[in-house]
Write a new protein. Structure first.
Length: 315
C-alpha cells in the first residue's frame, strides 16, 4: 500500500496527508530505500526532460550551455528563458510558430504581471516546456526530419527519445501517453526513473554527461528565479533535480545516490522535502539544503505550521 510521505500541520493539527511511493538507490545502484510501490509504473511527466535533451543532443541538435540546460528544464518563462528559446529556434531556421506546445502565461509571477501591464497575452515561448520543444525542433532541423509532426510518437526523434529513456532506466518504457505540452510521454517504474537519473549523475562522457553538466552549471534554466529545482541544485553542488506534474520528482547526488518520488494525489508541494529525506536515508549529506526540508504553512500571511515528511513505515 501507499505510505504517508508527508503531513500538513497547522497549529499543531494534522489537516492533510500526502500518500505515495519512493524508490531510492545507493551509489552502487542497489535499491536501498523503498516506500509504497517502488516498482509501480508511473507517468514521469517533466522528469523525463533531461533524457529528452540527451536524445536531442545525440540526434545532432547543436546545444550547449544554457541552451542545453533549458532543453532539460521546465523554465518559469522569464525574459532570459524566452531569449534562449528564440535563439535555439533561430539557429534552426525556425520561428516560434513552429512550436507545438500550447500558449501559456509564464510561471514567474513578476514576469506575468509585467506582461499583463503591457497588454501582452499568452505565448508558446513562455510555456515551461518551450525549451524542450525548441530542442526537439533543432534536432529535426539537423537531420532534415519533418518539423510539423515532431510530436508524433512514431517520429524518428520520439523513437530516439524512447530508446534513450529505456537505456537510461534499464527497462522498456510503457505505456505511451500524451504529456500536458503535447509531447509523447513514456511510462517508467519509480525504480527505473531512479536508475535513469543516477545514470545521468554518474555519466562520464557523451550526451548524458553534457546534459548533466549543463544542468549543474545553469540551474536557473532548469527552473528559474526561486524555483525549488534550481535552489536544490545550488544547495547541493553536483546534484541533479527535476520535478514533474502530478507529484513526480527525481534527484541524484554527484556520488550516485538517487531517488524517484510519486505523490499519489498529484500535489508537488512536498516532493522536494520527501526526496531530501530519502537521500538522507541513503547516506547523502543533505544538510546544506535544510531550508528545503520543510514547507511553511501560512495563516494570515505568517507561518503557523509546516509540511513535514514522515518516517518510513508511517501509515
Amino acid at each position: 500500500m501507499y505510505e504517508v510521505l508527508a503531513e500538513v500541520v497547522r497549529n499543531g493539527f494534522v489537516e492533510s496527508r500526502h500518500y505515495g511511493s519512493v524508490a531510492g538507490l545507493a551509489p552502487d545502484g542497489t535499491l536501498a530505500h523503498s516506500r509504497g510501490h517502488a516498482h509501480e509504473t508511473v507517468l514521469p511527466r517533466s522528469t523525463t526532460k533531461p533524457f529528452q535533451a540527451v536524445a536531442c543532443l545525440a540526434a545532432g541538435a547543436p546545444l550547449a550551455g544554457e541552451r542545453l540546460a533549458i532543453a532539460a528544464g521546465s523554465h518559469t518563462g522569464e525574459d532570459f528563458h524566452v531569449k534562449t528559446v528564440e535563439a535555439i529556434l533561430a539557429d534552426a531556421g525556425l520561428g516560434a510558430g513552429a512550436l507545438r506546445c500550447p500558449p501559456s502565461w509564464p510561471e514567474d509571477e513578476p514576469t506575468r504581471a509585467s506582461l499583463i501591464r503591457a497588454g501582452a497575452g499568452e505565448s508558446r515561448e513562455r510555456m515551461n516546456c518551450s525549451g524542450k520543444h525548441a530542442a526537439m525542433l533543432a534536432a529535426c532541423a539537423a537531420n532534415g526530419w519533418p518539423t510539423d509532426t515532431y510530436l508524433d510518437p512514431e517520429h524518428p526523434l520520439q523513437q530516439g527519445v524512447r530508446t534513450t529513456m529505456g537505456d537510461c532506466a534499464g527497462e522498456s518504457p510503457s505505456p505511451v501517453a500524451v504529456d500536458g505540452c503535447g509531447a509523447p510521454l513514456f511510462g517508467l517504474t519509480l525504480v527505473g526513473l531512479a536508475r535513469a537519473i543516477r545514470s545521468l549523475a554518474l555519466a562520464q562522457d557523451g550526451p548524458p554527461r553534457a546534459v548533466a553538466d549543463a544542468m549543474r552549471a545553469h540551474p536557473e534554466y532548469v527552473g528559474g528565479t526561486g524555483h525549488v529545482n534550481t535552489e536544490l541544485m545550488r544547495a547541493l553542488p553536483g546534484s541533479l533535480a527535476k520535478g514533474g506534474a502530478e507529484g513526480v520528482l527525481v534527484a541524484a547526488t554527484a556520488a550516485g545516490h538517487a531517488v524517484a518520488v510519486k505523490v499519489i494525489d498529484g500535489s508537488p508541494r512536498a516532493t522536494t522535502a520527501i526526496a531530501l529525506r530519502a537521500l538522507a536515508a541513503l547516506g547523502a549529506d543533505t544538510s546544506p539544503a535544510a531550508a528545503l526540508a520543510t514547507v511553511p504553512v501560512l495563516g494570515g500571511g505568517r507561518p503557523v505550521g509546516e509540511i513535514r515528511t514522515t518516517p518510513e513505515g508511517h501509515q
